[in-house]
Write a protein that binds this ligand. Structure first.
Ligand SMILES: C[S@@+](CC[C@H](N)C(=O)[O-])C[C@H]1O[C@@H](n2cnc3c(N)ncnc32)[C@H](O)[C@@H]1O
Length: 374
């Protein structure tokens, strides 16, 4: 992430950082609007889950109880003092709005999240909203001064309620129990609706595999119009979590895999298992297919070769792709720009990449032809 930001914004200076949490100093002061607009999409960051503008910190020394311990209630009060500097009645932006006859900007909800303390999968760690995040959210919500409370959006008392596009969120990143970093952002892309970009998703009890989660998140992020009757191919479909995310939308799925599918996936009348390696199957099987997802446990070059073989010729009119690239070595991430150029050369004009919350040592690519002409 540091490497990619150094490319996108060479003038940002790396400042304070901890595992899973990084801050940068911007070269100059920008307007409130510009500072609110900063997010992982505008910066095209693949390896950041959330990106917000800082308002300041609440450290142990700022919230000391008489016995020397960290007092969350005092910390929450300081969070609101930081918010006042930008959104209080005496703030510069409130005065400017007043002069221009505009309604001042208001905070609609509070996003609280903990930094990732481990790599995903290490010691069973899964990123998500933690009990500590819920507790800090409650403390900050309860400490909100009257004038802020009156302006909150619907369900602002619930940490897992998604923000609505355009709303401003006050962010509290819990770096340590007694170290909170406060920021702000405006909700725009799908991940910015959720605290720390963390989807409140749980693995359903009938999921065939954990891959359900990454494709569920991936489909929401890609925002493809996949619904009832959409014709999809899932290459490397076994045991079937990814296919389940498509089937749940009413899609018709051809699952390609030499391995066994989960019987619960096979039982779905909209699922057909084509048993074998993708290269062994006849192309005409996929002529009516429009959406291709794949999650093969092979090197990126092989995944891209296999996809190119499928979708880069005229007889198959693919509209969108959603697939993982596995980085068995992290330095493969340096090739992301070339991978994206290659995918664009197949006719996909919208291509984005992101290490999703449910991706481990891999990233997800979403590629779309828009407009789509058969
Ligand atoms: C990580 S698993 C896929 C998990 C699956 N997407 C799910 O949602 O449960 C990778 C799968 O890719 C399959 N695979 C690897 N190479 C393949 C190929 N050339 N054609 C089809 N499937 C392949 C493997 O058999 C394996 O089942």
């Amino acid at each position: 992430m540091k490497k990619e930001l150094a490319k996108r914004r060479p003038n940002y200076r790396l400042s304070y950082s901890r595992g899973g949490f990084v801050t940068f100093k911007l070269p100059e002061n920008e307007s409130l609007e510009k500072r609110l607009a900063i997010n992982t999409s505008t910066l095209r960051l693949v390896f950041a889950r959330s990106c917000v503008h800082s308002l300041g910190s609440v450290l142990k020394k700022d919230a000391l109880a008489p016995d020397g311990s960290f007092d969350a209630r005092l910390a929450a009060e300081r969070v609101w003092r930081l918010a006042q500097t930008e959104f209080g009645p005496d703030s510069q932006s409130a005065r400017e709005a007043q002069r221009a006859g505009r309604t001042p900007e208001k905070i609609a909800r509070i996003h609280v999240f903990e930094r990732d303390k481990f790599n995903v999968g290490v010691r069973g760690f899964e990123p998500g909203l933690t009990p500590a995040a819920y507790a800090v959210h409650r403390a900050v919500y309860e400490a909100a001064p009257e004038e802020f409370l009156a302006q909150f959006g619907p369900n602002a008392d619930r940490l897992d309620a998604p923000g609505e596009p355009g709303e401003i969120c006050l962010d509290v990143a819990v770096v340590e129990e007694d170290e909170w970093r406060v920021g702000m952002h405006r909700v725009s892309d799908v991940h910015s609706r959720y605290p720390g970009g963390l989807f409140p998703l749980e693995l359903p009890t009938d999921a065939a595999s954990r891959a359900f989660l990454k494709f569920e998140e991936g489909l929401r992020w890609a925002d493809f119009p996949i619904g009832v009757g959409s014709r999809c191919v899932d290459v490397g479909s076994a045991p079937g979590g990814g296919s389940q995310a498509l089937l749940a939308r009413g899609a018709e799925v051809l699952g390609v895999d030499p391995a066994e599918m989960d019987p619960r996936v096979l039982a779905n009348p909209n699922f057909t298992h084509l048993r074998g390696k993708v290269s062994q199957l006849k192309r005409k099987l996929f002529r009516k297919s429009r959406w291709f997802i794949t999650d093969m446990n092979v090197a990126p070059k092989y995944t891209l070769d296999a996809l190119e073989e499928l979708v880069a010729r005229d007889d198959i009119a693919a509209r969108g792709l959603l697939f993982t690239l596995k980085f068995f070595e992290w330095n493969l991430a340096d090739n992301i720009p070339e991978y994206i150029s290659r995918i664009k050369s197949w006719g996909f004009n919208h291509v984005k990449a992101r290490q999703l919350q449910f991706n481990r040592q891999e990233i997800m690519i979403a590629a779309l032809k828009k407009p789509f002409v058969r």
